[in-house]
Write a protein that binds this ligand. Structure first.
Ligand SMILES: [Zn+2]
Ligand SMILES: [Zn+2]
Length: 131
């Protein structure tokens, strides 16, 4: 049991240390080589962490593989997210900007937008410049 917890901790801290990057399960397994984590337990832990909303699973255009990114549930419930349809990265819109964006809709329509569940899709700066 403690063994599993250890694997989980190193997996989560790896993603926490790279909050702005997305990784495939394969990449994570490679990065954690030497920490005694088998590929199957990487997959299992990723599924668990995703279910607990500690990480987010994202997809990239033209790829069938899933990618994972750290997701801070306590911070993230206060802002909406931007998702790049090309690289799959998730960006955290600052709470202040979130409020600017949603407050008009909320006031006009009396519709309360749940920040944590709202994602806007588009193309990020990096992907836009390259094309
Ligand atoms: Zn966030
Ligand atoms: Zn992008």
């Amino acid at each position: 049991m403690t063994y599993n917890t250890e694997q989980r901790t190193s997996l989560l801290s790896f993603l926490t240390e790279n909050p702005d990057k997305t990784f495939s399960a394969k990449e994570i397994a490679v990065a954690l080589e030497g920490k005694n984590i088998s590929k199957s337990s990487v997959y299992r832990n990723l599924a668990e962490l995703e279910a607990e909303q500690k990480i987010k699973r994202v997809t990239k255009a033209g790829s069938k593989e899933s990618f994972y990114q750290f997701y801070d549930n306590s911070e993230c419930k206060n802002h909406i997210h931007l998702s790049c349809t090309k690289c799959g990265k998730i960006f955290h819109l600052e709470s202040e900007q979130t409020e600017k964006l949603v407050s008009e809709v909320e006031q006009a329509d009396g519709f309360e937008i749940s920040r944590a569940e709202t994602t806007l899709y588009g193309v990020c700066k990096d992907c836009g410049i390259k094309n």
